[in-house]
Design a protein around this ligand. Structure first.
Ligand SMILES: O=C(O)[C@@H](CO)OP(=O)(O)O
Ligand SMILES: [Mn+2]
Ligand SMILES: [Mn+2]
Length: 560
């Protein structure tokens, strides 16, 4: 940036690397590196393509960090996730992410000084304030400790009637942990009641079944949430949330991720907390993707995705702004990270023609997250983004191959067409199937992703291009909870605890292909590089020097 604040988009030519090579950029979602054992589905699956890349270590294959502070999360105990992972991959710099920004705003009290809180607090006197979000300490979409602080903060600042609409997790945390989280929340609400605040849980349901769909995969998910939260209608009715969660979990095959919607009713069977005119609503997830659809339902006047039946006049604020381009929602408690000058934007300014593709459930990852939480194209003439419709209404262990083949074929065609300089995909299998906790299916998923990698590498070979293969965070490489020594941790009954979540593991990155100049290899002098180092690397491979404030490139060119 020059001193006037105008961005100089022109990238300098790389002194040694040529332009004009087609780059195949593959992000394997949820593909970390871990010790080989029977709970490592990547190890168990036949993965000849990925295995062959490993032979290039250390010059063309290495590991990079994908969790914690390397991706802008508060601590090294925070596992990676798609949002922060793709943000780092695309932006080439490390930004304090939503979780951290909310922590800071709560700690300093700034959250209560800004416009978003002032706006919703206008409802405190006469209305109810509703908090809706993922009840979990997973730290991917939300954090329970932040919700606890908000509840206290709202009550101290005049909220008289509070209703919480909970979404149970079991995806970023162990299945069954919902019960403990509800107990904690109920304890906090009881304390508020003892201080004269009318506070209780009003509705709930599992995150994958209620409210938290993304990228318009299945609007019914959002509708189920609307019906419970706004209309106070759901197939299951209970007197309190603990009873609800315990009872629904006892159903055969039930789990936290997919609990059906429920509402809490009073002694007369009346819902205790439908959202009505004059109320305030705060959605306490900081992460965007699974809140955008819900925000549209809450905020848009013109809305045709489902029949809302009744649209209350509310004051609504998100924990963060969920879509900077759509300015959605229009009110929020904490400003999101301002991710600017992403590699995609630079490359578009420098004439790079980009193709990006995934299936619905990960489409926004290689586009929206990659581009710094920005929807749409930088330059329509140079970019093409293709979304392959995902299966909806299923849990992906029943279709573990997902659309990997279709994604690979689209990428192959884009590479062979000669119309693009960068062909970027996200292969969702390891992650989406890993989240189901189904080990056998996850093995099949990893194999399918590997087959897709092979197809894309073959196309790159055919056109004399370069490939960059990496991942956004771990998942499929470790499917059990472990004790400190690394052995599977058993629960009180002696059962294995299946890990549906992401992990703290590093991820691989491999470069190669006939277009890779002789002498290009990974530098060994960088101190634990991470995902944010990939953008400069890719810019180099396109023949450019990355902007000086980007994290350093992973590669060097040695004279041969
Ligand atoms: O499914 C999701 O929302 C998260 C886990 O909560 O996974 P990912 O970050 O891979 O999208
Ligand atoms: Mn991911
Ligand atoms: Mn995931």
């Amino acid at each position: 940036m020059d001193s006037s604040g105008d961005v100089n988009w022109k990238l300098e030519d790389h002194p040694k690397l040529p332009k004009g090579k087609t780059i195949g950029l593959i992000v394997l979602d949820g593909w970390g590196e871990s010790d080989p054992d029977q709970y490592n589905c990547i190890h168990k699956a036949p993965t000849p393509a990925m295995d062959s890349l490993k032979n290039g270590a250390p010059d063309t294959w290495r590991l990079i960090k994908a969790h914690g502070t390397a991706v802008g999360l508060p601590s090294e105990d925070d596992m990676g996730n798609s949002e922060v992972g793709h943000n780092a991959l695309g932006a080439g710099r490390i930004y304090a992410q939503g979780a951290k920004l909310v922590d800071l705003a709560l700690a300093s009290g700034k959250v209560y000084e800004d416009e978003g809180f002032k706006y919703i607090s206008e409802s405190f006197e006469k209305g109810t304030v509703h908090l809706i979000g993922l009840l979990s300490d997973g730290g991917v979409h939300s954090r329970l400790d932040q919700v606890q602080l908000l509840l206290k903060g709202f009550a101290e600042r005049g909220a008289k009637r509070i209703r919480v609409h909970i979404l149970t997790d079991g995806r970023d945390v162990l299945d069954g942990s919902s019960v403990g989280f509800v107990e904690t929340l109920e304890g906090d609400l009881a304390e508020l009641r003892s201080k004269g605040v009318d506070a209780q849980v009003a509705s709930g349901g599992g995150r994958m079944n209620v409210t938290m769909d993304r990228y318009e995969n299945d609007w019914n998910v959002v509708k189920r949430g609307w019906d419970a939260q706004v209309l106070g209608e759901a197939p299951h009715k209970f007197k309190n949330a603990l009873e609800a969660v315990k009872t629904l979990r006892a159903e055969p095959g039930a789990n936290d991720q997919y609990l059906p919607p429920f509402v809490i009713v009073d002694d007369n069977g009346k819902a205790v907390g439908p959202i009505v005119d004059g109320d305030a609503v705060v959605t306490f997830n900081f992460r965007a993707d699974r809140m955008v659809m819900h925000a549209k339902a809450l905020e848009y006047e013109d809305f045709d995705k489902f029949d809302r039946v009744r649209v209350p006049k509310i004051r609504y604020a998100g924990m963060l702004e969920y879509d900077g381009e759509l300015k959605l929602p229009s009110h929020y408690l904490v400003s999101p990270p301002l991710i600017d000058r992403t590699s995609g934007e630079y490359l578009a300014h420098n004439g790079i023609r980009t193709f990006a593709c995934s299936e619905t459930v990960k489409f926004g990852h290689v586009t929206f997250f990659w581009n710094g939480n920005r929807s749409g194209y930088f330059n329509e003439k140079l970019e093409q983004y293709i979304e392959i419709p995902s299966d909806s209404g299923i849990s992906f262990n029943v279709q573990p191959k997902m659309k990997a083949l279709e994604i690979a074929e689209k990428a192959r065609d884009a590479i062979l067409s000669g119309k693009f300089d960068q062909v970027r995909v996200n292969l969702p299998n390891g992650d989406m199937v890993g989240h189901t906790g189904d080990i056998q299916a996850t093995v099949v998923a990893c194999e399918a992703a590997d087959v897709a990698v092979r197809i894309i590498l073959d196309a790159i070979n055919q056109v004399g291009g370069i490939y960059v293969v990496t991942a956004d965070h771990g998942n499929a490489e470790d499917m059990v909870k472990r004790d400190k020594s690394g052995k599977p941790a058993l629960d009180k009954e002696g059962n294995l605890q299946i890990l549906t979540s992401h992990t703290l593991k590093p991820v691989p990155i491999a470069i190669g292909g006939p277009g890779l100049s002789a002498g290009v290899k990974f530098r060994q002098d960088l101190d634990t590089p991470g995902l944010a180092n990939v953008a400069a690397t890719v810019m180099n491979l396109h023949g450019f020097v990355a902007p000086s404030d980007y994290e350093p490139s992973l590669i060097e060119v040695v004279d041969k």
